[in-house]
Design a protein around this ligand. Structure first.
Ligand code: FAD
Length: 145
């Protein structure tokens, strides 16, 4: 079995339009991402906050690299900055072909989070971004159970 690799990056949003149009475009990105990722065994989580994306991709090295190469070419975001890429013992987001955490919903549900961490993906290290997403997605999952 291929070793699991984890990649973490952040980027700047380049999606034009109103907040509703941006939200709709992100839903499109998520739909395509979830279908593609499921096919190649990639899992992960995407954070969108205040003009920035932060994303964790995990899976077989080749699949993660090929997915990230497509993502880097996507003109719907820019200034893509790789924060971490390393082998890991296990997946953190094994149940999610691509989990999503949007700024508004997370702040509404977890009041105080912004003050607690700042959670601006562009100011986080790879470890901080990974830990923030893990905390948010797993809390989300627990509340949905
Ligand atoms: P396509 O069939 O090419 O497109 C899927 C949909 O997206 C179509 O509706 C198409 O019209 C639309 N689309 C594609 N490119 C553009 C564009 N440049 N401008 C406007 N609309 C467009 N892909 C993954 O596979 N996995 C991921 O985890 C992932 N995460 C992403 C995170 C971010 C922040 C962004 C911006 C993109 C992400 N993508 C991801 C998308 C990736 O960049 C490619 O667009 C996608 O992988 C192409 O897949 P496809 O050939 O199946 O889709």
């Amino acid at each position: 079995m291929s070793e699991v690799h984890r990649l973490v990056y952040c980027s700047q949003n380049r999606l034009p339009g109103s907040p509703d149009e941006v939200a709709s475009a992100i839903r499109g990105i998520l739909g395509a991402s979830q279908a593609n990722n499921r096919r190649v065994g990639v899992t992960g989580a995407l954070l969108f906050n205040d003009g920035c994306f932060g994303q964790v991709l995990e899976g077989p090295q080749g699949a993660v690299e090929a997915t990230f190469e497509r993502i880097q070419m996507d003109d719907r975001h820019g200034a893509v900055t790789l924060l971490a890429f390393e082998p890991v013992a296990e997946r953190a987001f094994g149940n999610w072909s691509m989990a999503y955490v949007g700024a508004g919903e997370a702040e509404a549900r977890y009041a105080g989070l912004a003050a607690e961490s700042g959670w601006d993906p562009s100011r986080m290290s790879g470890d901080e971004l990974f830990a923030t997403l893990e905390r948010l997605v797993r809390r989300d999952d627990a509340s949905a159970a």
